[in-house]
Every structure is written in C-alpha cells, then in structure tokens.
Design a binder for this molecule. Structure first.
Ligand SMILES: Nc1ncnc2c1ncn2[C@@H]1O[C@H](COP(=O)(O)OP(=O)(O)OP(=O)(O)O)[C@@H](O)[C@H]1O
Length: 324
C-alpha cells in the first residue's frame, strides 16, 4: 500500500428517487456524508448489515452513480466493478460481453483476443460462453464477471458479494485468485457478508450503517466494533453513538438478557483504567474494571452513555451511547 490516493470521497451523499405519481417521488438517502480515501495498492473491506449502503458505495466508487452532493475524485481510468449482473448486456453472449467489458476497461480488441480463451477456460462456462447470458444462472454470471476481472487486470477492483459464487471448487479458485490480486499492485475493495474472511483479506475496514461511516480503521478493531453492534442489536439494544479516535477495539463477550434489563460483558483490547456511565434518566456510577473487561447492567427503559478512560491517557475518553 502506498500513500498515493486513488479515490477520494468527501461528504458524499446519494439519494434514490422513484417516481410515485406524475409530480411526486419517493426518496431514500442511501449514503450520507461519506468521507474516506482509497490508497493505491490497499485492500479495503466494507462491512455493514443488509441495506446499509455497501453496494451503493461501490457503485459510487466505480463512477456508475454520481453523488447528489459532496465530492468524488477518481485518479484512475481502469476501475472494474465485479458484481452479480453488473454492466452486462443480457442479449449478448459470454464471449461478446467479455469483449465489451474489456474495451470498457480500455483494452484493445487485439489484446482481448489474446486473453479471451483463458477467460473462457477459467470461467468453466464451456459451451455456455457462446450463449446469450440471459440464459445464465446467477452463479454462471458471477463466474463470467469474475473471470473477466481476473484477466483484464483493472487498476482498481471492486468486488460485491461474489467471493462465494459458484460451486465449492470455483469459490476456492476465486478466493485464491483474489489473494494473488491482493498481493499484486491492484487496489481492491471488497463487500462481503463473510466477515471473518473480509477481516483476513483486508488491510483496513470501513463499517457502514444506515448510509453513514460508523467506524473506519485497522481490520481487527473495526471488526470487533461491528460485532459489538451485531450482538447488541440481536438483543434489541441499539448503539446510538460511538466517539473515539479509531484504534480502540472492544467486543461484547456475553449478554444475559432478562425482560427488564441486559447484563453486558465488555472485553477491551487495550488497557483501560476507568469506566463510568450516565443514563438518560440521570443515574450515574463507576464500573469496576477487571482484566480489561467489565460488566454493566442496562435497564431497558433507559439509554446509557458509557465513558472509557484509557490507562496512560488522561485526556482522552471513549464514549459509547447504547440503549433501547
Ligand atoms: N435503485 C434503488 N432505488 C431505490 N432504493 C434503492 C435502490 N438501490 C438500493 N436502494 C436502497 O438503498 C439502501 C442501500 O442499498 P444497498 O444495496 O447499497 O445496500 P447493501 O448494504 O449493499 O445491502 P445488502 O447487504 O443487502 O446487499 C437500501 O435501503 C435499498 O433498499
């Protein structure tokens, strides 16, 4: 990874508009105030639950969607979005779509002709490669998209949920190829629900929730915070706010819910000296920290501001706000 920025996003906002009646529209803001930079050669993972805005973000990075407001600077003319059914013409064959995709990526026809048989072989589509892709299954489409991206070597490869495509053998082959791309100069952005694998492959993770970047930073740290949200929400609790400086990781180790309260056990990755909380209803107290973990009892009719104080750092406290 270098210090050279390949894509820069500043306060990007995207709103989908669907016509309702002649004069009215349904609007949905899928991305709000998104700012981050993508660096040359890095592998960035994007995590977030269903509907968080991940695919929309990839489409913005690919230049397919223009932001409604904010700024995007793309310093590359070779970006490939690998997604199920991205940018293919359903009436053209696999071969014709391959040629078309290659040309969109800036390759000459003579060059595409030298790699097209390798793409066909890699895709394992055999005779289907010559047939219109409208007859393909979603796994076959993904295999075609994947194979094209592997051989046309874009400078930036955006991968949307296609790591586990096809049968087990193809999926394994695909993962191996991705690892090779990651080792090369290619800049890779991956969206996947296989979070453990995402953590393994990525240098950095961005976690989005409801269209905003919630956390961004080293994979392990972001992954742990994301797990925290998942765990809290699976028990009906909401994480309202999280304020820190990006490097602290913590997870909820166990939760014992009762009808009136949840006992939450937080485990911290680094040295904390103090924890105290305040509730919306005005209750506040100190919490005992032991082996970098602490329990907190959260009553369901309140929400909690939890302040974590790091050891050797008197100035900075981390604040999380959780509640129903
Ligand atoms: N073309 C569209 N028109 C209207 N709303 C859309 C459109 N595409 C996406 N959305 C909405 O925007 C939000 C973000 O969608 P997006 O596909 O980016 O989420 P995602 O994080 O990729 O989800 P998933 O993990 O389920 O694929 C969702 O609420 C979705 O319903």
């Amino acid at each position: 990874m270098s210090n050279e920025k390949i894509i820069e996003l500043k306060n990007v906002e995207v709103t989908y508009r669907e016509k309702k009646t002649l004069f009215t529209y349904d609007e949905y803001t899928a991305l709000k105030n998104i700012s981050f930079d993508l660096y040359k050669g890095e592998t960035l993972g994007i995590i977030g639950r269903n509907g968080a805005g991940k695919s929309t973000l990839l489409r913005v990075l690919a230049g397919i969607i223009k932001p409604d407001s904010g700024d995007i600077k793309i310093h590359s003319n070779s970006i490939s979005l690998m997604a199920l059914q991205a940018g293919f013409d359903p009436n053209l064959s696999g071969r014709q779509n391959t040629i078309f995709s290659g040309m969109v990526l800036g390759h000459r026809l003579s060059y595409i002709k030298t790699i097209i048989e390798s793409i066909k072989k890699y895709s394992e589509l055999n005779d289907f490669f010559e047939k219109p892709i409208k007859n393909y299954s979603s796994g076959m489409l993904a295999r075609l998209g994947f194979s094209i991206a592997m051989y046309t070597t874009p400078e930036v490869l955006l991968i949307d949920e296609v790591l586990g495509v096809g049968d087990v053998t193809f999926a394994e082959k695909a993962k191996k190829s991705i690892r090779e791309k990651i080792k090369s100069d290619t800049t890779v952005v991956i969206v996947s629900h296989d979070e453990a694998q995402l953590k393994q492959l990525s240098d950095r993770l961005v976690c989005i929730e409801n269209g905003v970047v919630l956390f961004e930073g080293p994979s392990e740290s972001v992954y742990n915070k994301y797990n925290l949200i998942m765990k809290l929400t699976s028990y009906g609790l909401h994480l309202h706010e999280y304020v820190n400086n990006n490097v602290v990781a913590f997870k909820v180790d166990s939760v014992n819910p009762s009808p009136n309260y949840s006992d939450l056990n937080f485990i911290m990755e680094e040295d904390i000296s103090d924890v105290y909380f305040e509730t919306k209803s005005g209750h506040s107290d100190k919490v005992i920290v032991k082996d970098n973990g602490f329990w907190i009892r959260m009553f369901h009719d309140d929400s909690y501001h939890i302040f974590l104080q790091r050891k050797n750092d008197n100035k900075e406290s981390i604040k999380i706000t959780i509640g129903y």
